[in-house]
Design a protein around this ligand. Structure first.
Ligand SMILES: NC(=O)c1ccc[n+]([C@@H]2O[C@H](COP(=O)([O-])OP(=O)(O)OC[C@H]3O[C@@H](n4cnc5c(N)ncnc54)[C@H](OP(=O)(O)O)[C@@H]3O)[C@@H](O)[C@H]2O)c1
Length: 317
């Protein structure tokens, strides 16, 4: 990628796309093509064809997708399958048709089998049953990974895909209906703290959290992901979809305690065990990407502190 290359970031308004945008800007890339979903609906095949014909991007970061937490994935099952398949089919195929030099597709660690051995190696893809709640999303993402692999095989493209672990950072989604666990916890504890401060006796209602708190999860700051994507776009040409994570995990209970402390909420936590936990553990084996010269830099506690400060404290300061 040259500094003057024409680069399309699909999904630049989202958490991942905006982090890639910040990273490219920081590195001096300014010939960036950006479209919101209102300006270009990637589900619409003809609009995507017209866009590629007109703009002819040389490089593509495909970070546009329908994304959500357990509840959204389970409720909007048909939409998660249809919209993600359409977006990636259109963008990957038109990238091939219009001779894009390199494309990076954002898959996800959800695509691994529910009971995959831990830590999860790239080779465990398609070796077992998927978690039911996000099966439609995972099936779509697996199809995207396989599209990249097979367009490389049949058409000699240079399309790579990455499987990031759970992400957090600027531009995250804080809507309780669709949010992932970390931003949902930040908002819950923040609101509970504000309520606590507003009661006469500064006494608080308990915060109710879903599940048992025992599942283990890994979290990566989205700026670290953007630096990994940038690094791979510059240096990696293989046909293996690569894990991107920290290689360290934490239980949801420990995460809740950490956020509770960082936010400064003094009340109790109650676990609603009627709600589903999802996959028991999901830790990525990151030895391949470490071997390619990339490692995360932002530790979880520092990252959450920064996000909390920027999202909830500074805006009221
Ligand atoms: N968030 C995570 O924890 C995580 C973890 C692993 C992998 N990933 C992957 O990273 C990618 C981006 O995730 P994210 O968290 O950044 O999602 P996000 O914040 O929800 O952003 C989604 C982006 O996709 C765009 N988009 C959605 N539907 C579209 C359509 N029909 N046409 C055009 N654009 C459309 C949105 O554009 P508008 O805003 O203009 O509508 C937005 O820019 C996804 O592929 C996801 O699977 C995310």
């Amino acid at each position: 990628m040259e500094k003057t290359s024409k680069i399309y970031i699909a999904g630049h308004t989202g958490m991942v796309g905006s982090a890639i945008f910040r990273k490219l800007n920081l590195e001096g890339y300014s010939n960036l093509i950006l479209r919101t979903s209102k300006e270009l609906d990637l589900i619409n095949q003809q609009s995507v064809i017209d866009f590629f014909e007109e703009e002819k991007p040389e490089y593509v970061f495909l970070a546009a997708a329908k994304v959500g937490g357990i509840e959204a994935n389970n409720t909007y099952r048909a939409q998660f399958l249809y919209e993600n398949m359409m977006i990636q089919n259109n963008v990957i195929h038109q990238s091939y048709v219009h001779g894009v030099k390199k494309l990076l597709f954002l898959a996800s660690s959800c695509i691994y089998p529910k009971l995959a051995p831990q830590p999860i190696k790239e080779a465990y893809l398609l070796t077992g049953e998927l978690e039911f709640t996000n099966e439609p999303y995972s099936i779509a993402k697996i199809a995207g990974v396989k599209m990249c692999e097979n367009y490389n095989r049949q058409y000699a493209c240079d399309f790579i895909s990455v499987m990031p672990t759970n992400l957090y950072g600027p531009n995250d989604n804080y809507d309780f209906e669709t949010a992932h666990v970390l931003p949902a916890l930040l908002r819950k504890f923040h609101e509970a703290k504000v309520e606590e401060a507003n009661t006469v006796e500064a006494r608080s209602e308990p915060v109710e959290l879903w599940g048992t708190g025992t599942p283990m999860r890994e979290f990566l700051h989205v700026d670290d992901l953007a630096s990994a994507c940038f690094h791979l776009m510059q240096t990696y040409h293989g046909n293996t979809s690569l894990n991107i994570g920290t290689g360290k995990d934490i239980s949801i209970k420990e995460l809740a305690e950490l956020i509770k402390e960082l936010v400064g909420y003094n009340g109790e936590i109650v676990w609603n065990k009627d709600k589903s936990d999802g996959t028991p553990r999901k830790l990525l084996d990151v030895s391949l990407i470490h071997g390619l010269g990339w490692k995360h830099r932002i530790e979880l506690e520092d990252g959450i502190r920064e996000v909390y400060k920027n999202k909830f404290i500074n805006q009221y300061a």
